[in-house]
Every structure is written in C-alpha cells, then in structure tokens.
Design a protein around this ligand. Structure first.
Ligand code: FAD
Length: 559
C-alpha cells in the first residue's frame, strides 16, 4: 500500500521535501500543512519588496497551493496549524485556523519543517502597532502598509544581523532616516570586527545613525512616537521599530511529542535527519546541525542548508541512506554599497575555542581588486582567511562591492571538499579583465597563506599596531616605515613613521636600524610586502607588514 507522509511547514524545507518526494514516489500520499496563508514564499526577498526593489508582491509567492496540487499532486492545506503529535498512534491533530475545525490525520512518516520565529523579548512597551518583526508575508504587508499610510520619517532597527541591515538599507531606500541599534560592539556577527568596521563605515557614510554596544531597556510611547530608552540611558526617538535580534526554533510541537531537543530548543536529528522518535524526521531552521569544520553541534538557520536537508530527507524516506554532513554557514548579504560574506569559522570563534594566533591558527588579510585594475570599474575587495599550520582552512570573510559572492563560494567549495590553502593556489579560475585577474583574489589568499606559513612574510594587524603605538615602553623598539609616494604621504601618514618610497628601498635601506622591528605600510599592502622582502634579504630579522595597508587602517578608525 502507498505510504502516507505528512509535512508540517510549507516554506523552504517543507515544500522542497514535498516536491522531491513526489518526484521520487508518484504513489505516495503527501499532505503539507502550513499554519499561515502562504506556502513556498521567498522569505529572503521580503526586505527588498519593502524597499521597492522587488516591485511585485506576487513575485514573492514562488509556489501556490493550487499549483502544488495540479503539478505535483500534493495536498496542501494552508491556514492549518498542527497542534499536536501523537507518536504512539502515528497521528497528528490539526486546527483549521479559518473555520476553527480540529481533526486528526494519520501518518507513516512525519516531517517537521516548522522553521524558526523572530525572538521578541519581554521588553516593556514592546507590544505596539508600530513595533514590527519581519518573518512572513503578513509581517511584510503590515510594514509596507505602515510605510504607505503613516509615511514615517524615522525608523529604528534593533539588531545588526543580516536581516536587520537589509531592512535598514531598504527603509533608507524608502527615504526613512534609519537608526541601527546593536548590543554587540559590531554589526554582522558572522564576520570579525575589522571586517564589520568596513560595513559600519559605509553605513555611516549613507547617513545611518549607528549605535553599537547598547541595548534596549524600554519602549516608551508618546502618541505615535516611540522613545527607545537604551541601557546606557540614551534615548532614540523614532516613528517605527523593526526588531531583528535573532530567531528561535519552532519546536514546541516536537517538545510536546517528546522528541529530544538541545538546550536552545533545536530538534536533535541523526545523520539521516531522523528525530529521536521513529518515523518522525526534521529539516531546516528547527534542527540542530553539525558544524562542518568543528564537528560540534550548533544551530545555523539558513535557506541553503534547509533546502539541501529537504532533498536528502525525501530521498531517505523513499529508501536511500544519504547523510547530511554538516553546515559551513556560508552567507552573503548586501548592505548599502557593500557586500559582506562569510563561511566557516571566524577569528572570534577560534579565540573562544582557546586557539592562539600564529600557533593554532594564522590570518591572511589582503586587499585585492575585483578584476584587473586596468579594466574600468575594478573595486577593492578585502579578504580574510583563517587557516592552520597544515594549511587547513577554518573560514573566510570578504567585504567589497563586486565579486564578493563568487570568491566566498570558491572558498566555501574548497573548504567543503577539504581543500587546503595550497589547493587555493592551484584553482584554475575563469579569467578575462572584466571578471578577475590572472591571479584571482582566491589564488592570492593561497599564495599569501603559504608565505605566512613559510615565514616569508609576517603581518601586523591594525589593532596590534594600535596597541604597540600606545605602549610607551616599546617606543624605541620599532620603526614604522611608510613606503608610499610623497603625494600619498601628504594625504595620510601614520604618526612618527619614517618615509622611504618603495622604489628607493634598494638604495636607502641602510638608513634603517636593523636591530629594531620594522613595520612597513603602503596603501593596500603590496608595495610594503615587496619592500619587506628586500629588507629580509638584507638581513633584517624582525619585519612586519601592516595588513591591508593604510587605507584599511584608516577605515578601522572611521569613528
Ligand atoms: P521556514 O521557511 O520558515 O518555514 C517554516 C514554516 O512552518 C512557516 O511558514 C511556519 O508558518 C510553518 N509552521 C510552523 N509551525 C507550524 C505548525 N505547527 N503547523 C503548521 N505550520 C507550521 N536565508 C539565507 O540563506 N539567505 C538569505 O538571504 C535569507 N534572508 C532571509 C530574509 C528574511 C526576511 C527571513 C525571514 C529569512 C531569511 N533567510 C535567509 C532564512 C531562511 O529563510 C530560512 O533559513 C529558511 O526559510 C528556513 O526554512 P524552514 O523550512 O526551516 O523554515
């Protein structure tokens, strides 16, 4: 007899599992329950509909229930909330949210694809018609209607994660003056502070009122105006608030059914995506995953992993034995004029794991052009990669305007195939001047990593230089050498630096004290590296190049 599969949740994980199942088993009875009115919608596109970049609301609705029925013979029930799972009777209880009717449905296989929901902490004053979260199509409609009807002049986004920043950008596009309030000392938690600084500098250039290291204590309502009282005591006045401070898994049903959860409420699944109860499976934001690099258990709520798990699970339900091998957390976002992307572990995570720089892990931080410099339109890319002594790559982060996505994908692919920094050097990547350079920025990461591992170059990071400059006791132990041209030096110079343009190093290196550490810098780090190589071959022992040069150093002090 044909099997019957029930799916709870009808968006990324649920809809993908349903259609893959149908493609694998035409006889299976498949019913998909969605408590909302929409299935398979483009949650990732919601901020862009609010900002008017996506003009048609219909474009967000990727798949409609009728189409799922006609094309895939899937019984889709919207406005249908699953309220209970009764595992020992292999049945669920469903409430029709339109009619109030409650009924039961039996299953052979049950799939939880219930996703996650935005966190709404119990802050006084948080329940108000002009404080919004953005997660669903109705959330989007509410925000859009508020913008159209009330024409707010100011908005505050609480939370500097990718959804918060996408909303900040899209509200700004709508002509709203935006404040972003973030409790941490940086936006975009998946990247390290220096990479976030680049994004922050650009947000401020775009007129965003960026408040870091401060949280919300209370919302005070004065008519339609909201006064946000911060923990610092400062007050931000605004006409609307978007709360975007993270998500929690929708696992109440699983908990009630006795399915094992982790401390954060994430559903535990085995490698085949089965929960602790037979015949019940789970995919997407609701599950705990294995981090591909650390092999630790974690939560990584992203669309790509949800879709991949869904396909694997559907195949397993029809008899395959495929494993889900973990998540790298590869992500990309557009924030005003910049794109920011990351994959794997960042340096904050490595430090939290007790790993020590230049011992357990190494950092390559470089500045490259998005394509050949001589072809018009090349823009800078800042790339950071973390790797170990053997060349294993822990993670990468990229900020820039053009070509960020393909470089992070190349890095993520290499990591996924367990490639090393040496493999990055060998990747043969498509090149013509409008697209890249003969040595792609990812190849360059590999070269720089090898130089670091072989001791052919040492870098000093912007904050390490700051610490050195602030340390009076070390004042006579180093020379800061500016190798830029006179014109560049007139624009910016690090205080107390000496100046020898890179073209004169061969002649003038004897002016430098070999017993002192020499810290070289130029604008992006290339000329200073070349000069460092000369000095090393002249017998200087203690040489460091300022990572990414003075341009990056200046960005680190934007505020
Ligand atoms: P969802 O797609 O959220 O689907 C879960 C569904 O289950 C929901 O529709 C919910 O109503 C339903 N449900 C829950 N409980 C029940 C119940 N008891 N009965 C019936 N139905 C139920 N990810 C990226 O990788 N890149 C991006 O750019 C990106 N941008 C995003 C932007 C926004 C604004 C949002 C909201 C998310 C974004 N994401 C992005 C995250 C991505 O959308 C999620 O990771 C992905 O949708 C998770 O898929 P899922 O199937 O687990 O959950």
């Amino acid at each position: 007899m044909a099997k019957k599969t029930l799916i709870i949740g009808g968006v990324a994980g649920g809809a993908t599992t349903a259609t893959r199942l149908r493609r694998r088993d035409d006889a299976m009875e498949i019913i998909m329950f969605e408590r909302g009115d929409y299935i398979s919608y483009a949650n990732c596109g919601l901020p862009y509909y609010i900002g008017g970049v996506i003009e048609s609301r219909d474009a967000l609705l990727v798949q409609k229930p009728e189409v799922m029925k006609n094309r895939f013979n899937i019984d889709v029930r919207v406005s249908s909330e699953v309220t209970k799972i009764i595992p020992n009777e292999k049945k669920i209880e469903v409430k029709n949210r339109k009619t109030g009717e409650i009924y039961e449905e039996t299953y052979d296989n049950l799939i939880l694809a219930t996703g996650s929901s935005p966190i709404k902490p119990p802050i006084p004053g948080i329940d108000s018609g002009n404080i919004f979260t953005l997660w669903t199509v109705p959330d989007t409609d509410r925000i859009k209607a508020y913008l159209t009807e009330k024409k707010p002049k100011r908005a505050a986004v609480i939370g500097g994660g990718f959804i918060g920043l996408e909303m900040a950008e899209n509200l700004h596009e709508e002509g709203v003056a935006v404040s972003v309030i973030e409790m941490q000392n940086q936006v975009m938690a998946p990247v390290d502070l220096e990479m976030a600084n680049l994004v922050q500098e650009n947000m401020i250039m775009n007129g965003v009122n960026l408040i870091l290291g401060d949280g919300v204590k209370e919302f005070h309502h004065k008519g339609e105006i909201i006064q946000i009282e911060l923990t610092s005591g400062n007050v931000v006045e605004t006409d609307m608030v978007i709360l975007s401070i993270g998500v929690r898994p929708n696992s109440e049903l699983a908990k009630q059914a006795g399915i094992a959860l982790n401390k954060k409420g994430g559903v535990l699944v085995d490698d085949y995506l089965q929960t602790s109860i037979p015949n019940i499976y789970a995919v997407g934001d609701v599950i705990e995953v294995t981090h591909y690099i650390t092999k630790d258990k974690t939560m990584i709520p992203l669309a790509g992993p949800a879709n991949k798990q869904a396909r694997i699970l559907a195949d397993n339900i029809v008899g395959d034995k495929k494993t889900y091998n973990g998540t790298l957390g590869t992500a990309v976002a557009k924030v005003f004029d910049l794109n920011v992307a990351s994959t794997g572990l960042n340096e904050k995570q490595l430090k939290a794991m007790g790993k020590v720089k230049n011992q357990d892990y190494f950092v390559a931080l470089i500045n490259q052009k998005s394509h050949a410099g001589y072809y018009p339109g090349a823009t800078p890319l800042t790339l950071k990669m973390l790797f170990d002594k053997a060349g294993k790559i822990f993670g990468g982060q990229i900020v820039g305007q053009d070509g960020v996505d393909k470089r992070i994908d190349t890095l993520a692919t290499t990591m996924r195939l367990d490639g090393t920094v040496y493999d990055l050097q060998e990747l043969e990547l498509a090149y013509a001047p409008p697209f890249s350079s003969a040595k792609d920025p990812v190849n360059m990461l590999g070269y720089v990593a090898e130089n670091i591992l072989r001791g052919q170059v040492s870098f000093i990071e912007w904050d390490e230089l700051d610490a050195l400059l602030a340390d009076e006791s070390k004042k006579n132990k180093y020379t800061i050498l500016d190798v830029t041209e006179e014109m560049e030096r007139m624009v910016f110079a690090i205080p107390n630096s000496v100046h020898i343009p890179s073209g004169e190093i061969h002649q003038r290196w004897k002016e430098l004290d070999r017993n002192k550490m020499v810290i070289l810098y130029c604008t992006i780090g290339v000329r200073s590296y070349n000069a460092a190589r000369i000095l090393l071959q002249k017998g200087f022992k203690n040489i460091a190049v300022l990572s990414c040069g003075s341009g990056f150093y200046k960005s680190m002090h934007y505020n």
